[in-house]
Design a binder for this molecule. Structure first.
Ligand code: MEV
Length: 425
């Protein structure tokens, strides 16, 4: 990939966009088809879930202008909401003026939990487990030879006492497992189930639940960016005013859970769109992100915004990202495979770097709009198109009807139907 800036992409007919993509990313005909047409066949869906009857499609667009750790990346984004892809692309353009996004990703360590009940003395049981830490880790390390071959495996064992619970005290064992390029749920669940009899033998207790934790706080992805202050200026707004407005908006989310939920939702608009496009488990990512946002005991913003010594806007985002590029739908769904190829990511960590950067860009898009002209203006025309389609407009009617709804400042389905009826007459 030489550049993720494709001039005029937005204005091209969809077939032309696909051609441009093929040129820019060197995709095969099959990979292009998987991005352009519905990639997943009903037959494949039948192998993925029970009682399958079909598939559900979502719009797939390309986030442009991204530079992540010096690499130009075209980002596939699957999402039904208008303005998200445009917002991410626009903010990535502003960020590239400051060098793009700079990321770090921690080791791909997931946490498997075992709940140990029926213990006479939780404290002694805890120490008994820690005495056998090395044996337990060695045993856990043998459970997945393939993972071990690729450098993964058991890393640590932690034992916590839950003193205050409705059923009395119990123990929680955390098995820390390096899952390399997998999302890791299968590897970790298997390891916990296999280790449980030994935990019971050591403690004399009963292992009840054996399951992965979605609070993947040892598998963090972090991104930062600097937006040169002059890049923020538009219309009547000076760069300084936009910058300060963004920082004030962030302070609201940092202090208030009601605002933080919406602020983080905006981040997840970008995160989920890439997670979904690559066939990853977005519920796991959502659960992890929001639990991480509440780790201090008070739910808060996942991002920060401030200014550097030169007055430029600076942003950071830190979020758990348990995403994989092997196993599950990432390897079965043709569109997900083509999406990974498009980005040229070689590891799960590289995928996480892209995703966290998109999350930060998306957050900036929302804050910039909210801190200046408000969110509705940008939403209007795309929203109007959706309303026009919902009202029954087809072909050229869609743009014409959307334009009229925007001009009338009444983007409602009843009005859209009324206009359509008047045209039919
Ligand atoms: C809408 O999908 C997302 C926003 O509400 C995010 C935010 O308020 O920061 C615009």
């Amino acid at each position: 990939m030489t550049t993720s800036r494709i001039q005029g992409f937005y204005n091209l007919p969809i077939e032309e966009r696909v051609k441009k993509l093929a040129e820019a990313a060197g995709l095969t005909t099959d990979e292009l088809a998987a991005l352009h047409e519905s990639g997943l066949s009903v037959g494949q869906a039948d192998h993925m879930v029970e009682n399958a009857v079909g598939t559900l499609s979502l719009p797939l667009g390309i986030g442009l202008n991204f530079v992540v750790d010096g690499r130009e990346i075209l980002v596939p984004m699957a999402i039904e909401e208008p303005s998200v892809i445009a917002g991410a692309s626009f903010m990535a353009k502003l960020a590239r003026a400051g060098g793009g996004f700079f990321t770090t990703v921690s080791a791909p360590e997931m946490i498997g939990q075992m709940q140990v009940l029926d213990l006479a003395d939780v404290h002694s049981a805890r120490l008994a487990l820690l005495e056998k830490r090395a044996e337990l880790l060695a045993e856990a390390d043998e459970i997945d030879p393939l993972l071990k071959k690729f450098g993964g495996g058991a890393r640590d064992l932690e034992v916590r006492v839950i003193a205050d619970s409705p059923i009395g005290p119990f123990l929680v064992v955390h098995l820390i497992y390096d899952v390399r390029d997998a999302m890791g749920a299968n590897a970790v669940n298997t390891a916990c189930e296999r280790l449980a009899p030994q935990v019971e033998a050591i403690t004399g207790g009963r292992v009840h639940l054996r399951i992965l934790s979605n609070l993947a706080d040892r598998r963090l992805a972090r991104a930062r960016c600097t937006i040169p202050v002059q890049e923020l200026a538009f219309g009547d707004f000076s760069g300084e005013r936009v910058r300060d407005g963004i920082i004030e908006a962030w302070a609201f989310a940092a202090a208030d859970p009601y605002r933080a939920a919406t602020h983080n939702k905006g981040i997840m608009n970008g995160v989920d769109a890439v997670v979904i496009a690559t066939g990853n488990d977005w519920r796991a990512i959502e659960a992890g992100a929001h639990a991480y946002a509440a780790r201090s005991g008070r739910y808060t913003s996942l991002s920060t915004w401030g200014k550097d010594a030169a007055g430029n806007l600076t942003g950071t985002l830190e979020v758990p990202l348990a995403v994989g590029i092997v196993g599950g739908a990432t390897k079965v769904h043709p569109t997900a495979k083509a999406a990974l190829k498009l980005m040229g990511v070689r590891t799960a960590a590289e995928l996480a770097s892209v995703i966290v950067s998109v999350g930060l860009a998306q957050n900036l898009a929302a804050l910039r709009a909210l801190a200046t002209e408000g969110i509705q203006r940008g939403h209007m025309s795309l929203h109007a198109r959706q309303v026009a389609i919902a009202a029954g407009a087809t072909g050229e009617q869609i743009e014409r009807l959307a334009a009229q709804l925007v001009a009338e400042k009444t983007i409602r389905i009843d009005r859209a139907e009324e206009i359509l009826k008047s045209w039919e007459k």
